[in-house]
Structures are given as structure tokens and as C-alpha cells.
Design a protein around this ligand. Structure first.
Ligand SMILES: [Zn+2]
Length: 120
């Protein structure tokens, strides 16, 4: 594990992957040990879209907190039974059904946030 300070707030976090982008545990900005703050973030819209998420016979309700060309940040209540690299089926009312891979996930007592990337 590598010890990396957040380029924005200085909070120390640990990552197994220096090139990956993960949210800072304190300020929630995305950064990578190698590339710094996530510049793609500027291309993300803060848009709330309700989702239904299906995975291995379970379904979840979530809501996006950001939306980009390639994926979403999603927030949901409870603790999901999926993990990084797993592929979910996403149903967005206006956009139909798509498949998306879990890129990162962060759980706390009441809710979870995770990033997904759409796949074909
Ligand atoms: Zn930070």
C-alpha cells in the first residue's frame, strides 16, 4: 500500500494502485498518486438521476451524484453486496438499461458511494 496525501486538503490515504483515481476520505475529491487531482472531474455534471441497480438477483435503488461521458458516481442507502470490478446492470428511466463496472466503492454505516464505468 502506498501512502499518498490528498493534493487538495492534505489528508493522508493509502492506495494499492498509484495510477488509480480514488476519492479523498476527507474532502471526497478524486486524485491519483501519479496524476494528482482528477481533471476529468471538470467534465462531470452534478446531476441527480435515480437508478435501479441489479446484481446477482438483488436490486438496489441509487442516485447519481455526478455524471460524465463514461460513467457515474452513485450514492445509495445501505450496504451493497458487490465489489470493485464487478459488472452491474443499471436501469436509468430516461436512458434505458446499460451495464457498468464498479471502479471504486466506499461504504459507511448508512450508505455507500461508488463509481461505475459503462461497458458495452
Ligand atoms: Zn482531500
Amino acid at each position: 500500500m502506498l501512502r499518498i496525501p490528498c493534493p487538495k486538503c492534505g489528508e493522508i490515504s493509502y492506495t494499492p494502485n498509484v495510477e488509480g483515481f480514488y476519492p479523498c476520505p476527507r474532502c471526497a475529491d478524486f486524485f491519483s498518486g501519479k496524476f494528482g487531482l482528477d481533471r476529468r472531474r471538470e467534465l462531470r455534471r452534478l446531476e441527480r438521476i435515480r437508478l435501479r441497480i441489479y446484481h446477482q438477483g438483488r436490486n438496489y435503488r441509487g442516485e447519481t451524484f455526478d455524471v460524465s461521458m463514461t460513467g457515474f458516481g452513485v450514492e445509495m442507502l445501505g450496504s451493497p453486496h458487490f465489489s470493485i470490478h464487478e459488472v452491474l446492470t443499471i436501469d436509468r428511466k430516461r436512458y434505458g438499461i446499460s451495464r457498468a463496472k464498479v471502479v471504486w466503492i466506499k461504504k459507511d454505516n448508512q450508505k455507500a458511494r461508488f463509481g461505475i464505468e459503462t461497458v458495452n
